[in-house]
Design a protein. Structure first.
Ligand SMILES: [Zn+2]
Length: 397
């Protein structure tokens, strides 16, 4: 019984108790997990359909929790999440093992962060909050306005009001930033979350997510999407990843840069009859780059090292290189990693208008005052404003 109470209690720090966090190995079946722990698979024979189905839904690399007898190493309890809200509970009741599906119990908290930067935002926030989730989220929100490598200096400030879930002492699922600011060169740049469109706006109602245009041409017939794990190549007949998005468009259709940047490459990587064909690579803020391939030709103003503006024509659709037909192959990378260009925070180009804008500005003003208060009065660190267990939240939703 003590054990059971222990598990329901979610905010104990893991370091002081015998619960360990483990990672579910790829291709590990629940049966194999039982066998590895010398548990007879007959415990599964009387399970209902829901429980039985859940056993097949464990994702590879899921973080799960184990509680073992400290001396014998015998498994006493395992909690294995299925999505954000449910988990498999496998426990030893003193005589037998049992399996059931129970809700993930977590605390839902609202916190404020107030930090003066000493090293980098990523490093400092990980130190303060114990993980990288908040800084990753803030970087995504502000990257259209802030160049994190160049603009931020020692002594600059970051403030945020955000929600997170805590499970067994750790952040569970995504952190949702409600409002935040980054102070760079004594100027505060604000972001306010608008739940209606899940977007961030500044205090004047302008969107912050305007770094990338959604499409690099005005023809938006997508003929092949981003498939990093592979597709059968229509010409070569082999399975290979498709690391960008293909847009079908007539020969000579203008292709525009999706963001401000500097031309890093213009030409053919080997011969123009192979690979990307005629290619333009543009480098943007914060390590992003975009690639435009199979071009028929380049715009005159586009030369390596030259600056281009968002929306500026850089070339024209063609079929150079290995291409099934006239189309644009469009790719976005950050560092060495490709990413799905259609999944970037880039959708809304226009700010809010009319009554929508008025309402938003009034709400943002109150939040801005709260953030300023935080920065001017509060000490550095994290402060918890509200806290409620998941069961309460479910009841009120
Ligand atoms: Zn392609």
């Amino acid at each position: 019984m003590r054990r059971f109470i222990f598990f329901l209690c979610c905010v104990l720090p893991l370091a002081s108790n015998p619960v360990s966090e483990e990672i579910w190995a790829p291709n590990l079946a629940f049966y194999d997990y039982l066998a590895a722990n010398k548990i007879d698979a007959s415990i599964l024979t009387d399970l209902d359909d829901e429980t039985y189905g859940a056993l097949k839904m464990i994702l590879a690399k899921t973080a799960y929790y184990e509680h073992r007898d400290e001396e014998s190493g015998k498994l006493l309890h395992a909690l294995i999440p299925i999505g954000d809200e449910r988990q498999i509970s496998l426990y030893y009741d003193g005589t037998n093992y049992r399996v059931e599906i129970i809700p993930v119990r977590y605390f839902f908290v609202t916190e404020t962060l107030n930090a003066r930067l000493k090293n980098s935002m990523q490093y400092d926030l990980a130190q303060i909050t114990g993980n990288g989730k908040l800084s990753t989220e803030l970087a995504a929100i502000f990257e259209a306005r802030v160049d994190f490598r160049r603009d931020l200096q020692k002594g600059d400030r970051v403030g945020a009001i955000y929600d997170r879930k805590i499970r067994l002492g750790r952040t569970w699922g995504a952190v949702i930033v409600k409002s935040a600011f980054i102070e760079s060169r004594r100027k505060r740049i604000y972001a306010f979350y608008r739940a209606e469109d899940e977007s961030y706006y500044d205090e004047t109602g302008k969107t912050l997510a305007n770094m990338f245009l959604k499409y690099p041409t005005r023809f938006i017939k997508i003929t092949s999407g981003y498939m990093p794990n592979g597709r059968v190549h229509p010409i070569l007949g082999v399975t290979r990843p498709h690391l960008g998005v293909d847009f079908a468009a007539p020969l000579g259709t203008p292709v525009v840069s999706v963001a401000d940047g500097v031309v890093r490459f213009r030409g053919c990587q080997k011969e123009c009859a192979t690979g990307y064909g005629k290619l333009v690579i543009i480098e943007h803020k914060n390590g992003w780059e975009s690639r435009y391939a199979h071009l028929n030709g380049y715009a005159n103003a586009v030369a390596p090292g030259g600056r281009v503006k968002q929306g500026q024509t850089i070339g024209f659709v063609g079929s150079t290189g290995i291409a099934t037909g006239t189309h644009l192959h469009f790719e976005v990378r950050k560092g060495d990693q490709t990413t799905n260009p259609l999944a970037l925070r880039n959708v809304r180009q226009n700010g809010l208008k009319g009554g929508e804008l008025e309402r938003f500005i009034a709400e943002a003003k109150a939040l801005q005052e709260a953030l300023d208060y935080l920065a001017d009065i509060e000490e550095d660190g994290v402060t918890r404003i509200t806290s409620a267990p998941s069961s309460d939240r479910a009841a009120t939703n």
